[in-house]
Ligand binder design. Structure first.
Ligand code: HEC
Ligand code: HEC
Ligand code: HEC
Ligand code: HEC
Ligand code: HEC
Ligand code: HEC
Length: 442
């Protein structure tokens, strides 16, 4: 057989096979899809796959009816007729008899629905799924590796060039002196003599290499503790600020209730979640959201079916996103209550977030929030430069703020100081000690 023909046949076969597979996939996924849609449309008002509702849980119903030799299709379309005929499976139900009216669905549609119901599994992942892959340190390691490789290549180049130079040197000598020259010099002494002859080049090279090392070394050290913008670790529950603080307009302080009174803002306990989620067990967003709410119930030890606490609780291990080093003192109430700084000025537009994340200076500068004044800054968030810059930029509103009365009185006694501070009619945090090391450092 001609080789070309063989090839052609093979591709044709392949195309055929592939389109068949494709067709199978499409038809399979469409029945699965239809089953879900049909179930939602016709049955979900009363039935759930796994739990009893107005009607009984439907998983396994088909197998049960078939095992008894009864006609489940006839049942779905006319339950009353099945009761009247004394069909065994119908009489066995004893579940609010007469509750189900006949529903006009075809045999294929019922098959699709029951297939979906039988294949349904409740999505219930473990509560403590903490992500360990979001490690902000990996990028730095990569940059070191890159420098190592570049250094290695450079070293190889230098050695290779050295060899070429040496060959040329002997070739020239041979030509000049007309005889073969012995390679008497050792590598070490040759390097020394070469360096002696090229003192300028050596010192420039040395300066450049040392300078580069110091620069990048310092750069790496500077990055220690610098938190990457956009850091958004995976949380044990897919909580959404957008749904709670955004769509449902729940006040930040309902959950972060110590933010205006104490140093830390606080993360809500599971009891705070349960204030609402005892009643809200299902998410309109679908099964995924409902499964996330089920994690709250599990953590609180709440049995949503029996509507009572079991006493078996589990802690929710939220991953801390913003984290100051131990040597720094930061106080929320000082900024939120006394300083009247908006949450958004330091955390970005949280109402649009899912889980908590670290915002960026640029992002915050670009925010347009109705009725809120934000201080524009340039330094990366959570660095010392950021704190310092704001303390030199933000105007402190001293009017009607009792906290400042005392400072004000003290300033009045010192005319010189009063003049210097009030020169521009505005007070900056820096001017009453916001730049003192001990204010921020333990
Ligand atoms: C208006 C509420 C309602 C709707 C809608 C409804 N059902 Fe029912 N279903 C019931 C009730 C209630 C029962 C228990 C028997 C009774 O009271 O009639 C039941 C019983 C059943 C049973 C028997 C279960 C068993 O364990 O033997 C099957 C099967 C069933 N329904 C399938 C369906 C399908 C499929 C749909 C959608 C096409 C559907 N039902 C829509 C209320 C409903
Ligand atoms: C001046 C900047 C600033 C303002 C304004 C601010 N925060 Fe913070 N926030 C921070 C810093 C810095 C941290 C990290 C604190 C730490 O690790 O000790 C933080 C941490 C948090 C945390 C984590 C838990 C904690 O207490 O460490 C939450 C929650 C939080 N802030 C919520 C809020 C809310 C809500 C508001 C507004 C009512 C707000 N923040 C206003 C800077 C600010
Ligand atoms: C003041 C009431 C209230 C509190 C408190 C509350 N929630 Fe909610 N939660 C809601 C509402 C309303 C919805 C939207 C329900 C819906 O989908 O219709 C919701 C939905 C959810 C969802 C599903 C989101 C989705 O993807 O659809 C999760 C998960 C959730 N909340 C987690 C929490 C956690 C965790 C807490 C505690 C830290 C909490 N909630 C506290 C009112 C609240
Ligand atoms: C229904 C409760 C709820 C409301 C309302 C809420 N939060 Fe949160 N917030 C949480 C939970 C739970 C976490 C911890 C999980 C996470 O990081 O997403 C969190 C995390 C945060 C964090 C990151 C904390 C960290 O670990 O560093 C910040 C910042 C924050 N919220 C700010 C806000 C602001 C600002 C608002 C108002 C616009 C707000 N939150 C409204 C529940 C809430
Ligand atoms: C967006 C502006 C802003 C940022 C960013 C900011 N601060 Fe402040 N800070 C203020 C204002 C305004 C006050 C004045 C409130 C007051 O009088 O206590 C203040 C006051 C303080 C004080 C009290 C100073 C005093 O003399 O009483 C401390 C301590 C402090 N901040 C620490 C920090 C630290 C630490 C950071 C960085 C992690 C930080 N601040 C970031 C605006 C800011
Ligand atoms: C307004 C608050 C504030 C003031 C005032 C302040 N610092 Fe800091 N400092 C910080 C913060 C916040 C950090 C942590 C930055 C980080 O983790 O990247 C820090 C970090 C440091 C570090 C460690 C550097 C590092 O990369 O971890 C040193 C050292 C330091 N500060 C010294 C000082 C000295 C000295 C002064 C007084 C001249 C001072 N600080 C004043 C807020 C402040």
């Amino acid at each position: 057989m001609n080789l070309f023909l063989l090839k052609k046949l093979k591709t044709k076969d392949l195309t055929l096979g592939l389109s068949f597979l494709f067709f199978m996939l499409i038809s399979f996924s469409s029945t699965a899809q239809d089953g879900k849609a049909l179930f939602k449309q016709n049955c979900a008002a009363c039935h759930k796959p796994l739990k009893d509702g107005t009607g009984p849980a439907l998983q396994g119903a088909k197998a049960k009816w078939e095992a008894a030799g009864d006609d489940i299709y006839a049942w779905v379309n006319n339950p009353q007729a099945q009761y009247d005929a004394g069909v065994e499976s119908a009489l066995a139900i004893q579940y609010q008899p007469g509750g189900m009216a006949g529903i006009g669905v075809s045999k294929e549609e019922i098959d699709a629905i029951l297939k979906y119901v039988d294949e349904y599994t409740a999505p219930l992942p473990p509560v403590t799924a903490i992500n360990t892959t979001a490690n902000p340190g990996t990028e730095q390691n990569n940059s070191w590796l890159m420098w190592l490789i570049i250094g290695g290549i450079l070293a190889m180049l230098i050695v290779a060039l050295w060899g070429v130079r040496k060959q040329l040197y002997y070739a020239v000598k041979e030509k000049e002196e007309g005889k073969e020259v012995e390679e008497e010099e050792s590598f070490g002494s040759e390097v020394k003599s070469w360096m002696g002859r090229n003192l300028k080049l050596v010192s420039v090279l040395g300066f450049v290499i040392t300078g580069t090392l110091v620069y990048y070394g310092a750069e790496e050290l500077y990055k220690v503790g610098l938190v990457p913008e956009g850091y958004n670790p995976e949380q044990p529950i897919a909580f959404s600020h957008k749904i709670h603080a955004g769509a449902n307009e729940i006040d930040c302080q309902y959950c972060h209730n110590s933010v205006s009174k104490s140093k830390s803002a606080g993360i809500p306990t599971v009891n705070v979640c349960m204030n609402c989620h005892k009643a809200i067990g299902e998410a309109t967003s679908g099964e995924k959201g409902t499964a996330e709410i089920a994690k709250i119930h599990k953590a609180a030890g709440w049995d949503p079916d029996k509507r009572q606490y079991t006493g078996k609780t589990e802690p929710i291990r939220w991953v801390k996103v913003h984290n100051m080093p131990d040597h720094v003192y930061f106080n929320h109430s000082q900024h939120v209550t006394v300083g009247e700084i908006e949450c958004e000025n330091c955390h970005g537009d949280v109402k649009t977030y899912t889980t908590g994340k670290i915002s960026g200076t640029e992002t915050i500068n670009n925010l347009e929030l109705e009725g809120k004044k934000l201080v524009k800054l340039s330094r990366p968030l959570l660095t010392m430069g950021w704190c310092i810059e704001c303390h030199a930029t933000a105007d402190v509103s001293t009017k009607g703020n009792k906290y400042y009365d005392e400072i004000h009185d003290r300033l009045k006694k010192d005319k010189e100081l009063y003049k210097s501070v009030m020169e521009d009619g505005k007070v900056k945090v820096k001017e009453f000690g916001g730049w003192e090391c001990s204010k921020c450092h333990y």
